[in-house]
Structures are given as structure tokens and as C-alpha cells.
Design a protein around this ligand. Structure first.
Ligand code: ATP
Length: 238
């Protein structure tokens, strides 16, 4: 693989009061990769994503995107640098329409790219069909598509996807994972947090396994899929 490092985290520590959520996490993402972070409930996956977007304060360590230190940058400037975030739990605005939610994704950039809107509607035709519908009336899976679409509206170089399969019907999970591949094909680097380890490893180039705030394992997805430890702990095999 070419060595074109886009993003690095080094020795990242984050605490919630006295609770240490991340205890020295390091990882790296190359331009164009799909990288997944796996781990059980409470391992620190969402905390890692929120730390990257500067939605929580980091205690120590560094987060660099294209060589720029993010821990010194306010949250509202992160999107402008080229990173956007589809958060866990989707957090779409229920009283706004689908299209209004999508347009909000361009808020930090200040301009709408019509080609991007078209691309999102091609990827998720259900969003186009329901563009005038209030987002609160969408199914969970459709809201997830909307959250991903909204994150893409700013034309990011890297997108953070936190648990896109959570609480969604299997058929929609499949559709969403297929579109994550398409997002990657269009040149967007993807950092994906998932509890659905099998699906995530099948999709990703490489993975990291977080266990109670530390990276316990890392490697190419094929190696992780074959690893006995991953199979026992995350793929339900003995
Ligand atoms: P899940 O998949 O359940 O969301 P996760 O791997 O994303 O799990 P985090 O949500 O990052 O895990 O949580 C990491 C640790 O930090 C957990 O021990 C959790 O209880 C704790 N934690 C997370 N958010 C807070 C908070 N706002 N206040 C206090 N502790 C928190």
C-alpha cells in the first residue's frame, strides 16, 4: 500500500471526570482507505470520534489531519478542514425536511455543491423520494442515510461514520454498507466505528480493536477476520 498518511492519532487520552475513557490510543489512516474501529460497548469508540471532531476536550496526545494539529482547533472549524462526522444515534433534525437537513451539512462551508446533492440522492434514492418529508417521520435506517448524506454535503476528504448499522433493519444495513463502499470509491477516506464487526471488516481495508480505552489489536481486515481472538470476542465463534 502506498504510504500517504492523511490522519494520525498518537497517545490520545480522554477522561470524563475521573473516568479514563481513552488511555493512550494511537492509529493512522492513509488517504483513500476505509479503516474501522471495533470494540465492545464502552470501549471508547464514540469517544474517539468525538475527540477527532473536537466535540470533547482531550487530556493529552495528538490528533493530526494533513499534518495539522486538531486539538488546538475549535469544533466549528473542523468541517472546513475537510473532516465531517455522522454521529452515533443519527441526530437528524426531526422538525426539518430531509432536504433541509442535508443543506445544514453545508453550514460551515457556506455553499452548496449541487453535484454533491445529486450524488447523495443517487446513492440514497429514498432520500430524494422523501426530500420534502419531515426527517422525524423517517424510519431509523432512512435517518441513518440522511445523517451520512448530511456529513457528505460538505465534500469532506475524510468522513467519520459512528455506528451506521445501529438499530437498523438488516436489509438497510446492507444498502448502507454498499454505499459506504461507493463513498470510498469517490475518493472520500472513511473512518468507521462499528459493533457489527464482521460487516465492518469485510468492508474495511484495515481495522483497530479498542478494548477499554486501548488498542488491543490492529491490522489488515483479512488478518483480523482470521484472528482467533477477534473471532471469539467479536464474531461469536469459538
Ligand atoms: P458504545 O458502542 O456503547 O457507544 P463506545 O465504545 O462508543 O461504546 P464510549 O461511548 O466512547 O464507548 O464510552 C467510553 C467510556 O466512557 C465508557 O466507559 C463510558 O461509560 C464513558 N463515557 C462516555 N460518555 C461519557 C460521559 N458523557 N460521561 C461519563 N462517562 C462517559
Amino acid at each position: 500500500m502506498s504510504n500517504d498518511v492523511l490522519f494520525t492519532i498518537e497517545d490520545l487520552e480522554v477522561s470524563y471526570g475521573a473516568i479514563a475513557a481513552l488511555k493512550g490510543v494511537s492509529l493512522e489512516v492513509q488517504r483513500g482507505e476505509i479503516v474501522t474501529i471495533l470494540g465492545a460497548n464502552g470501549a471508547g469508540k464514540t469517544t474517539t470520534m468525538r475527540a477527532i471532531s473536537q466535540l470533547i476536550k482531550t487530556k493529552s496526545g495528538s490528533i493530526r489531519f494533513k499534518g495539522q494539529e486538531l486539538t488546538k482547533i475549535p469544533a466549528h472549524k473542523i468541517v472546513k478542514l475537510g473532516i465531517s462526522h455522522s454521529p452515533e444515534g443519527r441526530r437528524v433534525f426531526g422538525v426539518l425536511t430531509v432536504e433541509e437537513n442535508l443543506l445544514l451539512g453545508t453550514y460551515s462551508k457556506g455553499k452548496v455543491n449541487p453535484k454533491t446533492l445529486r450524488w447523495i440522492y443517487e446513492m440514497f434514492p429514498r432520500l430524494e423520494e422523501r426530500r420534502k418529508q419531515l426527517a422525524g417521520t423517517l424510519s431509523g435506517g432512512e435517518q441513518q442515510m440522511l445523517a451520512i448524506g448530511r456529513a457528505l454535503m460538505s465534500d469532506p476528504e475524510m468522513v467519520l461514520l459512528d455506528e451506521p448499522s445501529l438499530g437498523i433493519a438488516p436489509i438497510l444495513v446492507k444498502a448502507i454498507f454498499e454505499q459506504i463502499k461507493e463513498i470510498s470509491r469517490q475518493g472520500v477516506t472513511v473512518l468507521l466505528v462499528e459493533q457489527n464487526a464482521k460487516a465492518a471488516l469485510k468492508l474495511a481495508d484495515r481495522g483497530y480493536v479498542l478494548e477499554v480505552g486501548k488498542i488491543a489489536l490492529e491490522g489488515p481486515s483479512a488478518d483480523l477476520l482470521a484472528s482467533e481472538k477477534v473471532q471469539e470476542a467479536y464474531l461469536g465463534k469459538k
